[in-house]
Structure formats: C-alpha cells, structure tokens
Design a protein around this ligand. Structure first.
Ligand code: CAO
Length: 420
C-alpha cells in the first residue's frame, strides 16, 4: 500500500478560498475523479476531484478553512500500482504537477456545476447561490433532496427542507431533531438503508401539509350495491367482451359532480394576496403506489371523459409512474386527489391533503353487510370513504354535505346522477 497526498490544485487567481463541503469520510473507498471537497469564492464554486483511487486515510481540512494551491486536502491509501508509485509521499512536487494537469474548471455562478449524481460519494449538485442560501439557514445541502434534473437542489428545495426541519414555537424557530434515548443497535441487529428518492421528495411536502393545514377527516359508508351490479355487468356492445373498469372510475365521475356542486373543494388558497382561487377545470390527482414510492399524477379534464375513458387513463398514467416515464408537470395543477386503497384492503384512514389542493378523498375496500331493509335481511355492498379537508376553507357542515352528495352520486340512483 502507498500513501498518496492529494493537494489543492491551481485555482487561477483565487486565493484563500473557503472550503464549504467535505464530501468524503475517513475510511471511505473513493474512485479517481470522485469529488473530495467543494470550494467557494464570492463568484464561483468548484468541486475538487480526486486524482487517484483508494481509501481515505486522513482528512486534513475542514469546512470553513481557507485554502490555497498546494495545501494538503487528504491522504489516500492506495494499492501499489506502477502509476501510483511515482506519486509517493516523498514526491510532493510531482503531485502538484499532476494536480495542476487536472485543474478543475472554475464555474461562474450561473453555470451548471457538472457534478456526479448525488448517489456517488455523497456529492450534491447546487448552484453557489443555493449552497450559500442553504448554509445561511444552517442546512447541509447534502441532506436536501433535490427536485431538479439529476437531483440538483433548487432554492425551493432548500425552503421546503427547512420548513420540514423546523417548528415555530411562540415566534421562536426550533430545529426538529428527535434523538433516540438509546441507539437502535443496542437492542439488536439493525440495517441502514437510504430513503428512496421519491420518498425523500414527498416527505417535506407531507410534513408541510400535516403541520400547516388544519385537517378534518370525515368518514362515510356508501351503499354501492346497484353501482357494483352495473359495473360487473358491463360489456362491449360490438365485441361482446366484458369491460373491466374498477370502482375508482365511477368514484372519479362522482367526485367531479361533487366538485361542480361544491366549488370550495376545487380551490386553493392564495396566501400572498389572501384570496381563494376557484378552479374551473377538473383535473383529478390519483395516489399511485409504485416501487419507487407514492406518486400523485393528475388526469386532466375528467369532466369530459366517459367512465371507460377514465379507467383507461388510470391504467396508462399509473403505468407511466411505475416506469418513471411520467412528465414532472403532471404532478401539478390538480383540483382534488383520490387516494384509493380499495385494491389492497382496509376501511377508513386519514388521507393527507396534497397542497395547494384543499381536500382529498380516501377510498377503502368495499365489503358486504347484512342490513334490514323493508322488513327483510338483505346483503348490501358498502364502500368506506374518508374525506379530509382544509378547515380554513371548508367547514364541517359543508364537508358533511359533500359526503352525502357523493353517497347519492354512487347510490341507487347513480346512473341518473352520474349521467348529468
Ligand atoms: N373496493 C373493492 N375492490 C376494489 C376497490 C374498492 N374500493 N377498488 C379497486 N378494487 C378492485 C378492483 O376492481 C380490482 O379488482 P380485479 O382485480 O378483480 O379487477 C382490484 O381491486 C385492483 O384494483 P387496482 O388497485 O389495480 O385499480 P384501481 O383503479 O382501483 O387503482 C391505482 C389504481 C393506481 C390507484 C392503484 O393501483 C394504486 O396504486 N393504489 C394505491 C394508492 C395508494 O397507495 N394510496 C395511499 C396514499 S397515502 O400513502
């Protein structure tokens, strides 16, 4: 094994440049060209790549240090390869020469920093302005999930992250860190895994919704016996084949009808101008369970679709999500969301509103119930629903009326109600 010193390379006219990130840890195996540190001056930011591969032995600088060309960054333990032998501890002059040859590109503030994707050796791409912004707020850009291409962190990502990390307590901002009394490993074997990217992105949004929106959740049981009989008897007029449409397509149609009757549910709060935005379109969001995490794409203009078309759009859109082929814009601009767990199981739950929307409809799995009807015991199909709404915009009475209206749309007169 050879010990190799990695020095700060030539940085042109820049002197006393600040180390803003150390991207590797002692004991970490790194590859040639992996980023080691990020340097930032007033005008630019640059990641310094490693000239060798090996195991980080000792890191000699820390965040906040001011460095110049030739300063020691770290030492690497690497295997005795012919090329590396030339760069031994005693030949620092040669090291400097080699690093000079591999001068990193100094990037102007507005240019894109060409870093590796965030999964590689913990590097993260963000503009110097965003890095500075994050630092000023006491955040580590490495911990912030980036919503841009290749995980690049935007100013909005920093804001969302900060919102999810702090709590305002009597006008005082406090950091939300929950430290366990005892480490988990003290109680048995554990395994550490990365949080999937989609979950990292949706996490701060869920925290924001749960902490900022006063949620009320109303539960309702809807008798869908006639609707289910109709659904299971659908067949194609020309081919004579059964048409397979899930209850969700009918529920979507009923929801559009309810949104027309209760415009407060198809709204958003404009907190800057203190106004309510009423939407004249009917774009429904659908919570889709994917191997990458939960996604909520929109299906546009559901009011103009037939039940069969909604069923097809649901299949197509959820497939695009599961294959990660969905356009990012399709996650925005919705009226209201449906979170259906009916295909899995369970009855009532508390769906979390997807801001800037003001309500969400949770759907459970329908079940059979014996009830007394006109003196006879009969079996009826019951659909459990859970409606969460923003109490700043929708009051309890309106929430209850909305649920009753939905029950009527999906109840025994469903064909008449949904045809309107
Ligand atoms: N009651 C009883 N059965 C139901 C039902 C309900 N409410 N909803 C669906 N089903 C049945 C369907 O008819 C289908 O039956 P067959 O296999 O006999 O045809 C089966 O369950 C599977 O349906 P599905 O889930 O594939 O289709 P869908 O149209 O109901 O839902 C989609 C589509 C994309 C919403 C769904 O696949 C999905 O991802 N659901 C999970 C959503 C989720 O995770 N929500 C939680 C968000 S909060 O973390």
């Amino acid at each position: 094994m050879t010990s190799t010193k990695i020095l700060v390379p030539d940085m042109g006219d820049f002197k006393d440049v600040e180390v803003i990130e150390v991207l590797v840890k002692e004991g970490q195996q790194i590859k040639k060209n992996d980023s080691l540190i990020t340097l930032e001056s007033d005008k630019s930011s640059v990641e310094v790549p490693s000239t060798h591969e090996g195991i980080v032995e000792k890191i000699k600088i820390k965040v906040g240090n001011k460095v110049n060309q030739g300063d020691l960054i770290l030492s690497l333990k690497s295997e005795n390869k012919t090329e590396e032998k030339k760069i031994s501890v005693n030949k620092e002059q040669k090291i400097e020469k080699k690093i000079e040859d591999k001068k990193p590109q100094v990037i102007k503030t507005k240019e894109i920093i060409p870093t590796a994707p965030s999964s590689q050796s913990g590097t993260k791409s963000a503009s110097p302005k965003v890095r500075k912004f994050a630092r000023e707020l006491g955040a580590n850009v490495l911990e912030i999930p980036g919503s841009q291409r290749a995980g690049r962190v935007s100013e909005e990502d920093v804001k969302n992250f900060i919102r999810s990390q702090v709590t305002v307590n009597g006008g005082r901002v406090e950091k939300k860190i929950h430290k366990e009394e005892y480490p988990h490993e003290e109680f048995g074997e554990i395994e550490l895994k990365d949080i999937p990217r989609v979950k990292k992105l949706s996490g701060p949004q869920l925290v924001r919704s749960w902490t900022e929106i006063p949620h009320v959740t109303q539960h309702e049981e809807i008798d869908i016996t006639e609707m289910e009989q109709f659904r299971s008897s659908l067949y194609d007029y020309y081919s004579g084949e059964m048409i397979k449409v899930t209850p969700l397509a009918f529920i979507s149609k009923a929801l559009v009808s309810a949104l027309k009757a209760f415009p407060n549910f198809n709204a958003s709060i404009d907190s800057i101008h203190n106004k309510i935005i009423y939407k004249k379109y009917f774009h429904l969001g659908f919570a889709v369970d994917t191997p990458h995490g939960l996604m909520v794409p929109k299906i546009r203009n559901v009011d103009q679709m037939s039940i069969k078309e909604i069923g097809e759009a649901l299949k197509k859109t959820s497939k695009l999500c599961r294959e990660l082929k969905i356009d990012k814009k399709e996650f925005f601009g919705g009226s209201m969301t449906i979170s259906s767990l009916g295909g899995i199981g369970g009855t009532f739950f508390t769906p979390i509103i997807n801001p800037p929307e003001v309500a969400i409809l949770g759907v459970g799995k329908s079940f059979d119930r014996l009830i007394k009807l006109k003196g006879k015991i009969v079996s009826r199909k019951i659909l459990p629903i859970s409606l969460s709404y923003d109490h700043r915009i929708i009051d309890g009475a309106e929430g209850a009326r909305f649920c009753v209206y939905l029950s009527e749309c999906l109840g025994k007169d469903f064909a008449f109600k949904l045809a309107v």
